[in-house]
Design a protein around this ligand. Structure first.
Ligand code: GDP
Ligand code: IMO
Ligand code: MG
Length: 427
């Protein structure tokens, strides 16, 4: 299979970074096509742990071209810090990284807006990562106040930024942002961003053309999803979602590569469920089980360090997102985290208003009302981090994996039993 997509099928942090790093070996190009520095992807290699937010997880393999495509929202300061951090640790970042001139740019006012608009008028906060992601995408759709990477290399960009800053000041002052806030200081922002633009210049190009050419010449492309399909702006648990199409739906628009060129979609799931931020989570275990999973899995946000909410595997949700993302097979991650539990549960259906359903509700208020219907399986109570073959897993662990594949409706192709590249079982 030439071109592959790696998509999170839950609420993010499914360990996509590990899978992308692993699969990069068989690809020529790795593409991030949506999201921004709200993502935190972890790659553990050679005893070192790397956290990536904007740079594709393919960066550790020499000879692989990494692409930040048009659909990503780029914070240039964060990106440059990430490049510097990787270089300091001996990772080459040069001609092997490309940034789309069409990608939209996060400006300081976006972070202010994120802080103010995170509160939903209906009550529960979205609990965003406060990285300015939503406001930047809002400006992209709104057009008139948007700034793209390529703008910085055209005449008149300072005037344009100053005009946008002025219209943002008029918008944000009534919302409590001081007129003299550094987030609205056009002159300072122009100075700062001129510097960023110069430093990023060697990386910037027309990645849409590059990827279309790559398709024509038969290069193998790996698409790296950020977040998870349940956070998809259209098909996720709206409004408790991110502002991009984080299901497989986002690839064509976000990379400029037609869907017909995606030959294989690998859905990534944890062996349980986690969620950071607000919104309903039917299988959440706000109890000792949840705490146990959080401790064993080190379930604290990569980006914000917030404790992640933890719960049992939700097969109603995963079956829905596996179909939505056109998933061929699944990778089950962090199976080792469940090793100490005597009993493990899978949610196979919901009770909604007195009726049983295996459909994922299309409204957040209905999702809030569902009661999970659990199936109970015996645990294996044996450490599995050193296992490298499916046949060497305890029988109950194999049964659990078989059942996951069955209820999701997709074969389990990869099983992960620890963060390192080596701690992986190919089924
Ligand atoms: P991503 O955003 O989908 O790339 O996932 P994150 O990096 O935010 O979170 C996954 C976390 O789990 C990281 O700390 C990984 O190093 C870690 N991890 C990945 N696979 C495994 C595994 O099989 N077992 C354990 N215990 N940890 C893992
Ligand atoms: P990776 O790629 C987990 C969540 C936030 C919040 C909601 C909206 O590492 O899996 P945003 O800042 O995007 O407007 O926040 O989405 N969120 C993530 N949760 N993993 C992520 O990325 C996430 N990116 C955003 O916690 O609930
Ligand atoms: Mg993450």
């Amino acid at each position: 299979m030439a071109n592959t997509a790696v998509i999170g099928l839950q609420w993010g942090d499914e360990a996509k970074g590990k899978i992308v790093d692993l699969l990069t070996e068989n690809h020529d190009i790795v593409v991030r096509y949506q999201g921004g520095a709200n993502a935190g992807h972890t790659v553990v290699t050679g005893g070192q742990t790397f956290k990536l937010s904007l740079i594709p997880s393919g960066i550790f393999r020499p000879n692989v071209q990494c692409v930040i495509a048009n659909g990503v929202v780029v914070n240039p300061k964060t990106l440059l810090a990430e490049i510097d951090g990787l270089r300091k640790r001996g990772v080459r970042v040069g001609g092997n990284l490309m940034i789309s001139s069409r990608a939209h740019v996060i400006l300081p006012w976006h972070v202010e807006e994120d802080r103010i608009l995170n509160e939903c008028p209906t009550g529960e906060a979205i609990g965003t990562t406060l990285r300015g992601i939503g406001p930047c995408y809002r400006d992209k759709i709104g057009r008139s106040q948007a700034v793209r990477v390529g703008d910085f290399y055209e005449a008149g960009w300072r005037e344009r930024i100053s005009a946008v800053a002025e219209s943002k000041r008029r918008m944000l002052e009534p919302l409590g942002v001081a007129a003299d806030s550094p987030a609205l200081d056009a002159q300072a922002i122009c100075g700062e961003y001129a510097d960023y633009a110069e430093r990023l210049r060697p990386f910037v190009s027309d990645t849409t053309q590059f990827l279309l050419d790559a398709v024509d010449s038969g290069q193998r492309i790996l698409f790296e999803g950020a977040q998870g399909a349940l956070l998809d702006i259209d098909h996720g648990t709206f409004p408790y979602v991110t502002s991009s199409n984080s299901s497989g739906m986002g690839i064509p628009a976000g990379a400029g590569v037609p869907g017909r060129h995606i030959h294989k979609v690998l859905g990534v799931v944890k062996a349980y469920c986690t969620r950071v931020g607000g919104g309903p989570f039917p299988t959440e275990q706000d109890n000792e089980i949840g705490q146990h999973i959080r401790q064993r899995g080190q379930e604290y946000g990569t980006v914000t360090r917030r404790p992640r909410r933890c719960g049992w595997f939700d097969a109603v949700a995963a079956r829905y997102t596996a179909r939505l993302s056109g998933t061929d097979a699944i990778a089950v991650m962090l199976l080792d985290v469940l090793s100490a539990l005597p009993e493990i549960r899978i949610c196979t259906a919901y009770e909604l208003d007195g009726e049983r359903t295996d459909r994922f509700p299309d409204h957040v208020e209905r999702l809030r009302r569902v009661q999970p219907v659990f199936e109970s399986l015996p645990g294996w109570q044996k450490e599995i981090s050193d296992v490298r073959r499916l046949g060497d897993l305890p029988a109950n662990a194999r049964k659990y994996l078989d059942r996951l594949g069955e209820v999701v409706g997709r074969p389990v192709e990869i099983v992960s039993v620890g963060p390192d590249r080596a701690q992986t079982i190919f089924a």
